[in-house]
Design a protein around this ligand. Structure first.
Ligand code: NAP
Length: 255
């Protein structure tokens, strides 16, 4: 029997099996949405979805490697067949390129010596993956009465913040792969927002802050739920909400 209904709000979060993505899935589930837990590993995705269901939410694992066009197309087809539409897309899946190390220990992204293959790999996931997933899901988003897209970026994507020699970002180690990839994500956010404004699709970028996850070897100071809050807010904007914006917990961020 078809599970399609015009009333059921469906959200897809990429990279939702752990970290901030999982907390975003929990937050959207707590608001009554059906949450599709995007995960490249079926077992990890199913474990996360089962935990969300055990907590009372309606969650389903969706196999989705954002760098694998085949899984992206299959995921879109599955969402279409099962639910008929998509209300929220959160492009959360991301990698630093440096593995699971503290940003203070990542010495491999100095611009003059960075490995170009590492830069390509980071862009493949963090940038090209966002385009691939967004374009595959857009036909389903267009069937929603209030479609929302949130791209998970970073304070490090702000050229204003990172170019301030007296600001806190000047003290961080150089980041020739990750930081430019997130700046590309915010730039893409504006491009999508401008294209889709007339269609009522609100597209914004979010910076979760420095969150305790595997990606920084658990040196982050915020909980995943704290980092997820701004994403959940942008994913559930009302009709007069902003589009083409870049937000953190503290409000609008400079580009
Ligand atoms: P995390 O704990 O390492 O989680 C990353 C998630 O992305 C995992 O589910 C991972 O899946 C998934 N992923 C990686 N490559 C993927 C691919 N090709 N296809 C599908 N999923 C993929 O990292 P996190 O800290 O929660 O980061 C989540 C997002 O927040 C990222 O975009 C990150 O850049 C951003 N962010 C994080 C912080 C922070 O302080 N933590 C700050 C600013 C922005 P696997 O489990 O299979 O690896």
């Amino acid at each position: 029997m078809s599970e399609q209904t015009t009333h059921r709000r469906i959200a897809l979060v990429t990279g939702a099996n752990k970290g901030i993505g999982r907390a975003i899935a929990e937050g959207l589930g707590a608001l009554g949405m059906t949450v599709l837990v995007g995960a490249r590993d079926p077992r990890r995705g199913e474990e996360a979805a089962a935990a969300l269901r055990a907590a009372g939410g309606d969650a389903h694992a969706l196999i989705l490697d954002v760098t694998d066009p085949d899984t992206v197309q299959k995921a879109a087809a599955e969402v279409g067949e099962r639910f008929g539409h998509l209300d929220v897309l959160v492009n959360n899946a991301g990698i630093t390129g440096s593995g699971q190390v503290s940003p203070a220990d990542a010495h491999d992204q100095i611009p003059s010596t960075v490995d170009l293959d590492m830069v390509r790999t980071v862009f493949e996931t963090n940038v090209f993956g966002v385009i691939a997933v967004t374009n595959a899901m857009l036909p389903l988003l267009r069937r929603s009465p209030a479609p929302r897209v949130v791209n998970v970026s970073s304070h490090a994507a702000s050229l204003t913040l990172t170019s301030d020699p007296d600001g806190p970002f000047a003290a961080l180690l150089p980041s020739a792969a990750y930081t430019p990839s997130k700046a590309a994500v915010t730039a893409l956010t504006v491009q999508y927002a401008n294209e889709l404004r007339k269609d009522g699709v609100l597209v914004n970028a979010a910076a979760p802050g420095f969150v305790d996850t595997d990606s920084n070897a658990h040196t982050g100071t915020l909980t995943p739920a704290e980092g997820a809050a701004v994403v959940v807010r942008l994913a559930t904007l009302g009709p007069d909400g902003p589009t083409a914006g870049f937000f953190g917990a503290e409000g609008r961020l400079p580009w």
